[in-house]
Structure formats: C-alpha cells, structure tokens
Design a binder for this molecule. Sequence first.
Ligand SMILES: C[S@@+](CC[C@H](N)C(=O)[O-])C[C@H]1O[C@@H](n2cnc3c(N)ncnc32)[C@H](O)[C@@H]1O
Length: 497
Amino acid sequence: MLGDNNFSFKWHFAESNQMVGTYSYQSEAKNIIESYEETVGYVEHVDEPATVYQGDAADLPSEDSSVQSVVVDPPYGDNIVYSEISDAFYVWLREYLGDTFPTTFSDVETNKQDEAVENPALVEESEGESTSIVARRSYEAKMSEIFSEVYRVLEPGGTLTIYFTDKEIDAWDSLTMSIIQSGFVISATHTITSEIPSRIGVQEDASADSTLLLTCRKPAKESEERVPTLWRDIQQETKQVAREEAEKLLDSQHNLTKTDMIISAFGPTLRVFTQEFPVVDDKDNEVRPKQALAEARTAVTEVLVERELSEGLDGVDSLTKWYILSWLVYESDSIPYDEARQLGLGVGVEIDELKRDTKIWGQSKDTLLLKGQSDRVRDYTALESGEKRRKRAYPVNPRDQTFDYNIDAIHAALNVLQTKGGDFTWNWLQDRDLQNSSWFSRIVKSLLQVMPQTHPDHELLINLASGETGGLLEINTDFLSDRDENGSPRTTLQDFE
Ligand SMILES: C[S@@+](CC[C@H](N)C(=O)[O-])C[C@H]1O[C@@H](n2cnc3c(N)ncnc32)[C@H](O)[C@@H]1O
C-alpha cells in the first residue's frame, strides 16, 4: 500500500515477518531510537531543552528576528499529497496518542486547508483557468507566505537552507522567485552526493544522484527600495560564474551527474541574479530567474563540450549539436521534455518545429525519447528490392547523395553498415565524399564519446570507426580506452563484446 504515494490498490505478498527481522516492528523501533540518540548527540552542549512545534509553517510561534537558522524540506508541487495519505496513519495514531498529545490530535483528520500542495481537488476553476493552474498558483502563494514568515523570524544575516530535489528549470524558477520576493538573497547551491548510487551510470562508472541544498540569507541590513538592474549588464556575469563553478567541479573530480553539475552552477548564477534583483530588460519588462538559469545551463554545457568532446562541435548543424549534447548531458535516451527543449534553445534549435520532419525524437508523456538510426532510416536492402517504406515514418533515405542534417548522414551510414556490410559502406562513404567532410569523423567520434555502450548504435559507431571503414575515415579510437574486466583498454569492437 502507498507504494506510489497514493491510495491505489496493489497486490502484495505478506512476506515480511512483522515481529522479527528487517522491516519488523522491532527493527523499525530500533532505527527510530538510534536516530533519536544520534540527533540528541549533536546538541549535547545545549542546556536548554528543545521545543518541538507542529503546525503551519506560514504561522510560526517565534518572535521577529529571533532565529539564527532555518532548514526546510518543502513539499514539491503535486508530487505527494501528504495530508491525504497521512490520514491512513493519523486516525490510528489519534486513537493511541490523542490523550498524550491533545493539541496535535485535536482534528479528526489531518489539516488539508493549510497544506502547501498543488491539489486541483481543493480549488475551483476561476475565470476560464483550469483547476490545475489555479492549484499551481495557490501552491506558489502558500510557499511565498512560508518564506515570508521564515524571513520574519530570522535574525538579520540569518540563513535559510532549503532541500530541493526537483531538477527542472521551471520548478527552480518558481521556487527562487518566491524566495527572492520574500527578501532573501540566494548565496549558494550545494550538491550532496548520496553514497549509494540510485541509478547506474551508462558508462562504466556509476554516478549518483544528489540531494541539493539551496542556501539563502536574510540581508544583514534592511534594503532600501531597490533600483532595477538591466539584464544586459549582468547577463555575462551570470554565465561566467556558472562556467567557473562547472570548471571547479570538473577539476575536483566529484562524481556528479551532468544534470547535477548544471544545478550546482545555478547557485553562483542565482547569487548574482538575486543581488541585482529586480532585473529588467531593455523594454523594462521583468526578467525572471529562469533566464539566468538558462545562461547557467548554456555555460556548463559549453564547458562539458570543451572538456569531454575532444573534437568540439564547431561547424556542426544545430540539430546535430542538440542531439549530441542531449546524450552528453542526460546520458540516456529518455530526457524530461522541457529540459531537452531548453537545451535546444541554447544552441538555436526549436525542437518542436523539427519533430515531424526529422523523427529524431519522440515523446511519452513528459519524457522525450531520443531516436537512433533504426527508427529514422529506411532499410537500404529493402529499398533496393522495391519495398516502399513510408517516407514520413522513416525520413532518412540512405540512397540519397546529400542529407538535410549532419546526423542524417551519420544515421544513414550506420544503417548501410548494418544492412550492407563494411566494403559496401566504404564505397557509399566515398561516393558522398564523407571521408573528406571535416564534420563526419568528428561527429562519429563525439557520438562514441557520449552514447551509452549499451545502445545498438554505439556498436555500429565502433564498427564504422575501427572496422573495414576505419582506414577510410582515419578516426583515432584511442579515446575509447575504457578498461575491461582485466583492466586492459577496450579499443576494438571485440573488446566491447
Ligand atoms: C518533502 S516532505 C518532508 C519530509 C521529511 N524531511 C522527512 O524526511 O520525512 C514535506 C513535508 O512538508 C509538510 N507540509 C506541507 N505543508 C506544510 C505547511 N503549510 N506547514 C508545515 N509543513 C507542511 C508535508 O506534510 C510534508 O511532511
């Protein structure tokens, strides 16, 4: 039950022994006691007893300017409706502990009204706006109320630390906007890498997802009415500080995913942005944090290209650049759609406009799926035997002499290699003079560097670079020197099998 953080019914085997062993009452009680003792250990030097208060964070029982530090782990939009799922436990706890904690358990159910959550079921449609839009706005308003309340109780110079796990720019935009509007200055983002990687990296080494901490400060002096700053005066600096952060992280050899590296760079960028807030463009329109965050993302991607792609991407068309960067940054064929779209804007390509004609990406709900050659190229052998594969479904024709995008030529070459073999492909490449196109070998090399070895195209790329056609393309494959089980470098296709 509650596996998906809702009340959907699921079949479950009643396998675990509730009395002894892992997840038993006994072991869970032991965990709680141990955690409690450890927490107490941190404050042994404090004489006064701690006070625990349970209530609405937008209405804190503290005096103005009386607290040094606040740490929050806030709810994120519509992720989990805590109050609803808590009722399953609340009613039982109330039976047992209602007498001991009469104030905490005074209500029959959990408090739904004060919860900071995006819950369309709790709001009404308003002036043609759907309940989900109204719910979003109500969540943001509640979070702003909470941050303003935190601002009130913090002493000048005090810090607010926020746990934030959402990695999408839009979520950062609304969160940081409400923080800034409450008067805080954002000073840093810290990424804390968990010890256990929650997903296995697509390359050999595993990279762990991180928890992100956003550190904000209540300014030591109340600021006077602030004069707006022109965006173009700080745009370059927002990018430069992100760049420096990315370089620092790469030098430090922290085992961060690329997305976490981008998010780590948000900290310095937001510091510049919030110090200068409010920020306006040349037409006096408000500039939102997401514009600065987009600069940070572009800066980090540029550093990643410089450091990780030996050949760079100069002279490569924008769509192909986007395709390579998507693999480089997300290390997977499944990418949050909006992130991928923003990445495209960063290199000057509107991916929505190219979806139908190129079929280079597909979509499943909010996830964008990057396509490989087999999804895009009409089969060469089948074309020869007169089979008419629908052009719209497979936009790349391997019998063409020229291609709309660089990536089409690469995908066509991989398809030809797969269906017709190395000798044929040698001639195919020569017919199109691709061995002399400066971009062709560079893209093959870049894709080898960014695509996961488990992707079927990766094997074809190795074949293209080091098989029969290797002599023609003259791609130096020394960079593929990952270690195999015996610690020997892997440089040929056979080594990867
Ligand atoms: C991300 S969870 C925190 C999880 C917690 N750190 C833990 O490890 O168990 C967010 C919490 O904020 C609580 N919450 C939602 N609205 C609130 C409000 N207005 N005031 C105080 N807490 C609220 C939710 O009930 C939920 O328990």
